[in-house]
Ligand binder design. Sequence first.
Ligand code: UFG
Length: 339
Amino acid sequence: MKIKKVLVTGGLGYIGSHTIVELVNKGYEPIIIDNLSNASIKVLDVLEQMLKIKIPFYQIDCTDSCEVNKVFDEHKIDAVIHFAALKAVGESIQKPAEYYYNNLVSTLTILKAVQAHGVKNFIFSSSATVYGNPIHVPCLESDPIVNATNPYGQTKIINERILTDYSNIHKDTNIALLRYANPIGAHSSGKLGENPNGIPNNLMPYVSQVAVGKRDKLTVFGNDYPTKDGTCIRDYIHVSDLALGHVLTLEKFETDPGLVIYNLGTGEGTSVLDLVNAYQKATGIKINYTFGPRRDGDIPTNYLDVTKAKNELGFKCKYSIEDCCKTAYEFQIKHPNGY
Ligand code: UFG
């Protein structure tokens, strides 16, 4: 069966919105659900103008079973991409009940609607965080998943478990657990990008705000880690490359693979200082920084082996780390106060 209509939860968020672009470019027909808790309705206008189409949009919460089922009743949905979730690691430690409730109940609500409406394709936004403090790097899909270092990560692990159990009994349903590296950068048009509320938690948006003078300097959290320059190492992937990984997964679903797990990253480890240097090189702007104490819960090194996604999906990153920095900067310049 050819997949056409794709329900995208969290479709106005950072990864969701970039994925909508890639889906439409490949001829899919997305339907968006977003509760706008961490996204702007203006993103819908941006998408519709960029793509020159109308996109069905529902401002509803994925934990609201009644509203969610209405959307499934209204559209003949072929596949679901479930991005909608709370995602701030630090906040999840402060608000475990909210994180477990939102991230688990939303998946269960969507999954029950999927089951009730006979949808056979489901992509779940998982994270490299499921590897916890990895036993080796690069992390492999076959590595043990034991415990994450925070409630946010735990919700990803539990959701993976729920979907694996579902897949065990629903053999005719294709389920992909996509474990993301750290998405950064912005759409090459400069029209879409990362737009955090308040002080950015993540490295790249913080660096961009320093670049445009919105913040004085970056604090690099820790320079005494057992890494080449003492700062943490991550795998930073351009958000449009990550978005394309979802389209490739939908194409894979046409072969009825059942349950699949893929790491989506670049396969390269980049330290905080490497990223700062790449940003300076790409933009010509000096990024002021100081070293501060380690941040609770950070692990020294995490990057992903992406051989499986390369071999089985044809997944390949197009953007370099400098491209990521350049596009992030361009978005920041064009949107000094967000959308
Ligand atoms: N960092 C700084 N200063 C800052 C912000 C971050 O030095 O102001 C450092 C962090 O300590 C870390 C690195 O930059 O070493 C990356 O931090 P991010 O917060 O950007 O990203 P994380 O690796 O902590 O987490 C991100 C997402 C998670 C996801 C995880 C997967 O926030 O949702 O990647 O690896 F699960």
